[in-house]
Design a protein around this ligand. Sequence first.
Ligand SMILES: N[C@@H](CCC(=O)N[C@@H](CS)C(=O)NCC(=O)O)C(=O)O
Length: 229
Amino acid sequence: MNAQISNGDTTKLPIMTIHDWSTGPYPARVRIALAEKNLQSRVQFVSVDLWKGEHKKPAFLAKNYSGTLPVLELDDGTLIAECTAITEYLDALDGAPVLTGRTPREKGAIHMMSKRAELELLDAISVYFHHATPGLGPDVEIYQNAEWGLRQRDKALRGMAYFDAVLKQQPFVAGAFFSMADITLIGGLIFAGLVELAVPAEYEALHAWYARMNERPSVKNRVTMSEPA
Ligand SMILES: N[C@@H](CCC(=O)N[C@@H](CS)C(=O)NCC(=O)O)C(=O)O
């Protein structure tokens, strides 16, 4: 299949399927990317119940070996997991706004900062959630290591300090414009909110940036995006 379209006419794209969970912080990343790219109408959502552990059952594992959400399924059956990979796919479908960079320099900087937002914040909070809190409950959390979880919580707090320093210097995570790196950090702060890990008040630049991000329709409407109109 050659879904790559052009001339900005996304209405001709075949319908894609997103397997996700509407309030999840990782699914939020793809939902925000879809809305920023104005691709919502080309997508249908299939809900996978994290709290019932549906993502660890054979039917879902056949779609994503890692047993995590979201997963993008194309009309030819191609399955793409990993938020970064899905965002790169969506970004390659058409032009503006570009979320993953236009030039080699932009692409490198955005990928680096997005990876950093994952490593230092979002994934660390995820480990904290799954290991040092009840997580998704005993049926899903079959192995927990609270000490490891608490270390990752502390790592996430250090990550918040780092991103505060970055955002004191520049308006967006990877520089002068909104990109996938902002989306990844938004995912991290959504997860921080869910686990009640407050961003320290002194990180004013991070707070100000997040307030600005929350004004974007893509961020505001991410959960309701999959509800019938
Ligand atoms: N590296 C993956 C991580 C995805 C991920 O952890 N997704 C969460 C959804 S919020 C999940 O499926 N968690 C369930 C679990 O780990 O049991 C990505 O970027 O897509």
